[in-house]
Design a binder for this molecule. Structure first.
Ligand SMILES: Cc1cc2nc3c(=O)[nH]c(=O)nc-3n(C[C@H](O)[C@H](O)[C@H](O)COP(=O)(O)OP(=O)(O)OC[C@H]3O[C@@H](n4cnc5c(N)ncnc54)[C@H](O)[C@@H]3O)c2cc1C
Length: 378
């Protein structure tokens, strides 16, 4: 790949790739069919954890770990260069167990984490309440893990956009890509609603819509949207201090406290096509899970509710790297439930690919034509 890189999709993945390319002296051109970063990357909770990945292991865990480790320096750099604080916080998390069955599920996760050198601490209800005073008295136990972080996605993407604007990246909002420009097997650019855009390489980073674009090239991409619904409460700052996870086995719900007191409650995981709507069933499930963990929330204002579309893949692992049989075409999509976490490493790996450098991690396990891996989920 050479100097001018066309990136289709201005979510956290496309913007991170653009920022990493810009830093290395390439010229990124980011195009989005809508406003930048208003799809999954706006909807996401932004908790950055290794709990789920520890149950998958292998190259998936290595990818998540690398990205997790990149975040502090990346967030600090973006904050310095943009003046926007992405609010990266070492919040720590509590996995709440209300039943023996739930405790067993959390213990299984603890075992997975241990194999990667991560150890937490089991708390009795009274100890957990000391850490988190509003917690339900009905818990049986809680597992505290200090390594769970969070970032605030809308602030992360705002910081990225500021850096890109300052660096004179080309940014095209409300400019859907309709097709690819081809010279034989070489992809030489894209046709958009506004005309032709030529480049040395094209990266498909179009989230839940990536398969629709790949079809234009006759490529079959096993990728589809998975809806996630969200409830945002407004509470006084400090009402909740840690990220809470509940219902690991059946009614998975999590609560993420923001610096300004907002409490993000997510999320459903639904195969509902491109229907980006909330449902009463989804809202009920989230409110029930949230109040079970933090009963005082029942008196707090629900400020907003929304739904977003996670970009699914055949196995929940992203597709990263060159597309076989097409010169100049790259994929960075299918990040499913881990896209905010994986944004840092994806930007790095794709910029390295752009320059023909040896990637920091082997991309073979993330190839388009891989055999499906053990599934990665929540
Ligand atoms: C409710 C919810 C909670 C989540 N929580 C977390 C979390 O806590 N931690 C975590 O790591 N991940 C989380 N995720 C997952 C994460 O948000 C996604 O994996 C990530 O945002 C994907 O980023 P993206 O840039 O690939 O996709 P998107 O943000 O969807 O961006 C893709 C962009 O491509 C554009 N596009 C599509 N087609 C075209 C076209 N033809 N031309 C031009 N542009 C096009 C779209 O308009 C869009 O802006 C969550 C997701 C949801 C929905």
């Amino acid at each position: 790949m050479g100097g001018r890189i066309i990136i289709i999709g201005g979510g956290v993945i496309g913007l991170s790739i653009a920022e990493h390319c810009l830093r290395r002296g390439l010229t990124p051109v980011v195009l989005d069919k809508g406003p930048f970063a208003r799809e999954a990357s706006w909807s996401g909770a932004g908790y950055l954890d290794l709990r789920g990945a520890s149950g998958v292991g292998g190259a998936f865990f290595a990818l998540c770990r690398k990205s997790y480790d990149l975040f502090p320096e990346w967030a600090a750099r973006l904050k310095k260069e943009s003046g926007v604080d992405p609010e990266l916080l070492d919040s720590g998390s509590l996995d709440l167990a209300f039943t023996e069955e739930e405790e067993t599920a959390v213990r299984r996760m603890e075992g997975n984490l241990k194999t990667f050198g991560l150890s937490g601490e089991w708390l009795a209800p009274s100890q957990a309440s000391q850490k988190e005073p509003g917690l339900s008295p009905g818990i049986r136990s809680a597992f505290y893990l200090k390594e769970t972080r969070q970032v605030r996605p809308p602030r992360l993407t705002r910081a990225l956009l500021q850096v890109l604007q300052k660096g004179k990246a080309e940014l095209g909002e409300l400019e859907p890509v309709e097709d690819f420009l081809l010279k034989g097997r070489q992809v030489t650019g894209v046709r958009t609603s506004k005309g032709l855009r030529e480049g040395d390489a094209v990266v498909v980073a179009s989230g839940a819509w990536s398969a629709l674009l790949a079809e234009r090239l006759g490529l079959r991409l096993e990728a589809k949207p998975f809806r996630g619904q969200v409830v945002m409460y407004r509470a006084a700052s400090g009402t909740l201090r840690h990220i809470l996870f509940t219902g690991l086995q059946k009614a998975f719900t999590y609560l993420v406290p923001r610096v300004d007191g907002h409490i993000y409650v997510g999320s459903t995981l639904e195969d509902a096509g491109y229907e980006k709507v909330t449902t009463s069933e989804g809202m009920e499930k989230l409110k029930t899970g949230a109040l079970k963990a933090l009963p005082g929330l029942s008196r707090q204002l629900i400020e907003d509710t929304w739904a977003g579309l996670r970009p699914g893949s055949v196995d929940g692992w992203p597709y990263l790297g060159r597309v076989p049989g097409r010169e100049g075409l790259f994929l960075a999509t299918g990040h499913f439930t881990h896209g905010i976490l994986l944004s840092a490493v994806t930007g790095l790996l794709m910029a390295q690919a752009a320059l023909g450098e040896r990637p920091a991690l082997d991309l073979t396990p993330f190839a388009l034509d891989r055999a499906p891996h053990p599934p990665a989920g929540l």
